[in-house]
Design a protein around this ligand. Structure first.
Ligand code: NAI
Ligand code: AKG
Length: 394
């Protein structure tokens, strides 16, 4: 039985769907779980124990997980790229349109009208709510991944001049690519942050960045709060270096400022995006726990191998010269045949699936004990094929 800690809500319906073969137990209280399901909640480091095989992030940002510690521990971390990209794109567009038309204020004013001739009165006040248009305006997009690409395309189709900031050349005809942040900031009426939070992006919007911006510019942050230095932002707003700030990441010092609009980190919060993210996370988690296969990982290489043998070894180890021959020699020294294997490298580590043509468990355990002694081996698992003869007990 695998214990899955749910740090964010996971519907009972999805738990049942994952657990058709009843090999999983779900709880929000496990202290040494074998797996963690999470959205944006912080994953405490003390949960990264030798029990922890996998952390599944429904969504994309992984700044709430200590990925380096997970890798050192042989814990696979994956996310679910793209599942909420459309939801975020639609919220970005809603926010953009709202920033040029005072829709909420105008609608509130209409509700306060009294008397019989409401339409006539409404038409008399409409000139108090003259708005702007997006067409012909310039928009700078930082982060041209799943969301940024979609936002860029939609803005192009709205008739905007789209400028994109990316490190690698992109072959798209709906935005002009620039490589210098300053270039984008000095030319954009709207600037949209759709970057992940990393060492490189943290505090990217500092006083120097704000000094390159235009006083009419509205800055939108749907990436992560820490990408913007709040002290520099508040001073840029006070000194009219930019016009306004819209962010999906509220914090105390930004509250009650008329130039700032804050949303409750709701970019990915649509029924569809939540359902798709949780489904994808559960599928990846089940496949890793039961078959050892890896999909959409951020610290393991993706590896897939149909499971047709009785027993599978999964080995995560440091990539070193001759390490694989050491592993295979130890297996063959016990007269165990390797049926088939799959192996991939990723950033100094290797993940290998080895299917054994052998069902004699005591014999296999001798080998796994020896493999576990190899210093480069970080984590080794022995998996029973769930579709094989029921005489093997692990
Ligand atoms: N507000 C919300 O609810 C949501 C926020 N997000 C945030 O948006 C971010 C982006 O999401 P996706 O587009 O789905 O991810 P993605 O991984 O598809 O795209 C991220 C892009 O940023 C680029 N990038 C990374 N560092 C960069 C740098 N220093 N300079 C320039 N480009 C850089 C990457 O190359 C990639 O193209 C997430 O990491 C997350 O922080 C994502 C989903 C929902
Ligand atoms: O589900 C969430 O945490 C919101 C979406 C998000 O921020 C992400 O996917 O990175």
């Amino acid at each position: 039985m695998y214990q899955i800690l749910t740090l964010d809500e996971l519907s009972l319906r999805l738990q049942r769907r994952l657990n058709r073969v009843e090999r999983f137990e779900f709880s929000a209280d496990f202290t040494r779980p074998g797996a963690i399901f999470v959205r944006s909640a912080q994953v405490p480091d003390q949960l990264i124990t030798e029990n922890l095989l996998v952390v599944g992030r429904a969504g994309i940002g992984i700044n709430n997980i200590n990925v380096k510690a997970c890798t050192r521990n042989g814990t696979m971390v994956f996310n679910t790229p793209g599942v909420n990209a459309n939801a975020v794109k639609e919220l970005v567009l809603t926010s953009l349109l709202n920033s040029v038309r005072p829709i909420e204020k105008a609608a509130d004013a209409v509700q306060n009208l009294t008397g019989e001739n409401i339409l006539e009165q409404a038409e008399q006040i409409r000139n108090h709510y003259i708005g702007g248009e997006l067409i012909g305006k310039s928009i700078g997009i930082l982060g041209l991944g799943a969301i940024g690409e979609q936002v860029a395309r939609a803005c192009f189709n709205l008739g905007m001049d789209v400028i994109g900031y990316a490190r690698q050349p992109r072959n798209q005809n709906y935005f002009e690519q620039v490589y210098a942040l300053k270039d984008l900031l000095s030319r954009s009426d709207f600037v949209i942050i759709l970057l992940p939070l990393t060492d490189e992006t943290k505090g990217m919007f500092n006083s120097e960045a704000f000094s390159s911006m235009r006083k009419e510019t509205i800055l939108f942050n749907f990436g992560r709060g820490e990408i913007v230095n709040n002290a520099a932002l508040l001073s840029a707003l006070a000194n009219e270096q930019i016009q306004g700030y819209v962010s999906d990441f509220p914090s105390r010092e930004l509250l009650q400022n008329p130039k700032i609009k804050l949303l409750p980190h709701m970019g990915g919060t649509t029924g569809k995006a939540l359902q798709d993210g949780a489904m994808a996370a559960m599928r990846n988690m089940r496949d890793f726990l039961i078959y050892g296969t890896v999909r959409q990982s951020v610290n393991f290489p993706d590896v897939f191998l149909p499971f047709t043998a009785p027993i599978r070894l999964t080995i995560f180890y440091v990539d070193q010269p001759k390490i694989f021959s050491e592993i295979s020699q130890k297996i063959s020294a016990h007269n165990i045949e390797i049926d088939i294997l799959a192996s991939e490298r990723y950033e100094g580590y290797v993940y290998t699936l080895i299917d054994l043509d052998e069902a004699d468990l005591p014999k296999i355990r001798k080998v796994t004990n020896e493999l576990d002694q190899i210093p480069a081996v970080i984590r080794l698992r022995l998996l029973k094929n769930p579709n094989w003869a029921p005489t093997i007990y692990l």
